[in-house]
Ligand binder design. Structure first.
Ligand code: GDP
Ligand code: MG
Length: 166
């Protein structure tokens, strides 16, 4: 089984750290420059049963100029062409305007959307449930999975669940 996974989320939520952890190399950071193409392959992770092709989809944030609306829309459209979307958020910072902007746009996406709550090493477990409930009210996610990309906590579980969607 094989599939394309788009990773989206505000800057600094930990997308590159996640890719580095999964791929075990610094690939994601090396290609973390401003990009002109919509979908840039960040890396391919292969297990015995599955192949995950991770794609970075930048540009889903409130546009600063008029052309920006077109670029945001083009990024959103591309999410309907992958097998699943990983929307990463920051457990520590909680819910912000940037997240709301992305969620509003994700209403146009029909593919399974995983909400990945990263940086759980920085919050008390009691803070996690209210955050999950808050996100649940905002959009129908296929799965909601807390992880720490930094120390790898629950990342294998995330990959296993993703595999069942391929
Ligand atoms: P990106 O902009 O979404 O690609 O975010 P980065 O992967 O560059 O991470 C931004 C910052 O958050 C870096 O300083 C990372 O070390 C840190 N970071 C990423 N994941 C975690 C995590 O799970 N826990 C903690 N504590 N820090 C993290
Ligand atoms: Mg990055």
């Amino acid at each position: 089984r094989s599939g394309f996974i788009s990773i989206i989320g505000r800057p600094n939520v930990g997308k590159s750290t996640f890719m580095n952890h999964v791929l075990g190399q610094k690939i994601a950071i090396m290609s973390d420059k401003p990009q002109t193409t919509r979908n840039k392959i960040q890396g391919v992770y292969t297990t015995e049963q599955a192949q995950f092709i991770f794609i970075d989809t930048p540009g889903i944030h409130k546009p600063k100029h008029k052309l920006g609306d077109f670029m945001v829309q083009s990024s959103i459209n591309s999410l309907n062409e992958v097998d699943m979307v990983m929307f990463m958020v920051n457990a520590k910072e909680g819910f912000g305007k940037g997240d709301q902007f992305i969620i509003d746009k994700l209403k146009q996406v029909d593919q399974p959307i995983f909400l990945v709550i990263n940086k759980i090493d920085e919050v008390h477990p009691d803070e996690l449930l209210p955050l999950i409930d808050l996100y649940k009210d905002k959009l129908e996610f296929a799965e909601i999975i807390p992880i720490s990309a930094l120390n790898g906590n629950n990342v294998n579980n995330l990959l296993n669940v993703m595999e069942s969607y391929l």
